[in-house]
Design a protein around this ligand. Structure first.
Ligand code: 5GP
Length: 227
């Protein structure tokens, strides 16, 4: 397989509960041909969620076993459950030049930003999705109907804290319609793909450009003053 001309982007998407981040990540995966990092979690599946598609649903014991074994790029406790990103969901894709989109909480994003590996740090793009209002979060959460009253209260309480961190992210989107969110998210990916710091083979490109001939007869007297 030929060497890709850039490393993939590791796009970390955070935001409070029901901000629309999961929808954006999933849609971007489909239309931008990105990999979506399927996290491990100890929380119970919601109705309709499929193991290995939405999350890898693990027992606490399995989760801790994997953590001790060093399988996670990061992991954190969120809303009383454990969530973690498997290295196997990320690293090989980035090396192959494939972009990876991930839904991650603010603690996980902080851990990845601070990781020792310059390859991972160089791949990072971070986006925070803000809800249009707290009222809208409440409406979206109760409309979803997947949380008990206590779980909803905890998620709303945590949302206020999470929102304080939006400036830690390079990009911030205030959620609008799903279509508009996706459109703006895609423009971030399109720009980030052109970052020179992630390009691997500029020599290959420059090899096609003929070397400059700066001999006297090609340089006018005015230009020669420049050299
Ligand atoms: P939910 O239970 O609503 O699917 O997710 C709850 C929270 O866990 C969200 O804030 C989501 O971003 C976060 N989350 C999902 N996967 C991961 C992960 O792999 N690592 C971390 N640190 N947080 C995650």
């Amino acid at each position: 397989m030929s060497r890709p001309d850039r490393i993939g982007i590791l796009c970390m998407v955070s935001g409070p509960t029901a901000s629309g981040k999961t929808t954006v990540c999933r849609k971007a995966r489909d239309v931008e041909n990105c990999a979506y990092s399927i996290s491990c979690t100890t929380r119970a599946p919601r109705e309709g969620e499929v193991n290995g598609v939405d999350y890898h649903f693990l027992t606490k014991e399995d989760f801790m076993h994997r953590a001790i074994h060093g399988d996670f790029l990061e992991w954190a406790q969120v809303h009383g459950n454990c969530y973690g990103t498997l290295k196997s969901e990320v690293v090989a894709h980035l090396e192959a030049g494939r972009d990876v989109v991930m839904d991650i909480d603010i603690q996980g994003a902080q851990l990845i930003r601070g990781c020792d590996d310059p390859f991972i740090r160089n791949a990072i793009v971070d986006v925070f999705i803000l809800p249009p209002s707290m009222e809208e979060i409440k409406n979206r959460l109760s409309g979803r109907g997947t949380e008990t009253d206590d779980q909803m209260r905890l998620r709303l309480y945590n949302a206020l804290d999470e929102m304080k961190h939006w400036r830690e992210y390079r990009y911030a989107l205030v959620s609008d319609t799903p279509e508009r969110d996706l459109e703006r998210f895609r423009s971030i990916l399109h720009c980030e793909r052109m970052r020179s710091s992630r390009m691997r083979t500029p020599e290959g490109l420059l090899g096609d450009i003929p070397a400059l001939d700066l001999s006297d007869d090609l340089v006018s007297s005015d230009q020669s003053e420049l050299f």
